[in-house]
Design a protein around this ligand. Sequence first.
Ligand SMILES: *Cc1c(COP(=O)(O)O)cnc(C)c1O
Length: 443
Amino acid sequence: MASAQPTKRCLEKSRVAFERAKSKIPGGVNSPARAFGAVGGHPLFIASAKGPYLYDLDGNRYLDYIVSWGPMILGHAHPRVLEAIARAAQLGTSYGAPTERESELVEWMQRAMPSLERVRLVSSGTEATMSAIRLARGATGRAGIIKFAGNYHGHADALLVSAGSSAATLGVPDSPGVTEGASRDTIVLEYNDLGQLERTFAERGKQIAGVILEPVVGNMGLVVPTKEFLAGLRELCTRYGAALIFDEVMTGFRVALGGAQSLWGIEPDITTLGKIVGGGLPLGAYGGKAAWMDQVLPAGKVFQAGTLSGNPLATAAGLETIRILIEESPYEMLESRGRRLGEGLSQAATQAGIAHQLQRVGSMMTLFFNDYPVTNWTQADRSDRSRYADFFWGMIHQGHYFPCSQFEALFFSIQHEPEMIEETIEAAGRTLQWMAEGIRLRP
Ligand SMILES: *Cc1c(COP(=O)(O)O)cnc(C)c1O
């Protein structure tokens, strides 16, 4: 049965804006994931955002399933967060001196995530992970860092190896400019492979400063760890004296108030945070056991600093965001809406006869165009990227802004109401049907 022919939206002003940007900014964007490289065409230039919606320069409205790659869990331009930022701005925007709000923010973070005995605030997720591995190395006097293929930890040199996210999307797993020296001590293993991890520790345990991982992966599409894998990691790190670093930049305050560590009941030594913790402003953090964190200067000797660290506007936005999350505790609601969206997308793909895997934790998920469950990067990499591009553009032309890569997780906010989720499922049903019929909307 042929479905109604789709109509394309006018994206002309975004196209012109992209042409202008390309002559001034490398590739026209300030972060590669935004460039639509994996799906073709040009990016949408955003004019404004409110609640669950984004508006582009051409005046098109989109239900936003990226929410700034995770941070906007309360929806865009939340009135209480805006007011907190405005109030803070009246008092000056940066002092380069301590403020009480930094301790207040950390106290609210500790309520959500009790493993954070001490916290250092920074300005991005990249800074948090970079500083966490420096701390692991400084505290242990060892060099080796274990990471997992397809896990993204920001763009610090030592971690930009087999790095998932846009590095995977754009096919640069090992980036030019990262010297052999900078990545020599990074050991890349397969996610969810406890045997390989055990062998590596048995051979080189005394050289390993720490293990860093996404405790639910969002950066190769959504991939879930096994309980045995996380428990085994915890045990090995304790036995060998290595730091277990949970990179919860994406999962912190997202998959649960207390992050993935609370879902699996496993306490890392160090946690890195970003995205939601800044409420949409540039803020990151790393924290954990006092025995580790008190090695950071000036309590200890491991150097780390930042002119804008603990910035008054960023801490105001983060504090208000976390306060609202603790007060409203929306996680059961996010789980039930996420379950409905996941089931709806999966049923729509089944009805269209398209091979897929829907993988989800709470309000984070990925529809993989893949025959097999995805537990690691080797399997994620087998997904049909071309199908994903067709799916993405079908959704854009119906007003649903999905991640522009098979290897980025979808997110939604507390302002994505059940009827909006139903609209998305219907739009996905039409898109997948068009795909089955060979009707293509991608440029
Ligand atoms: C986004 C992300 C980072 C990097 O954070 P930035 O703020 O972009 O530097 C690090 N780790 C994970 C898991 C992320 O998702």
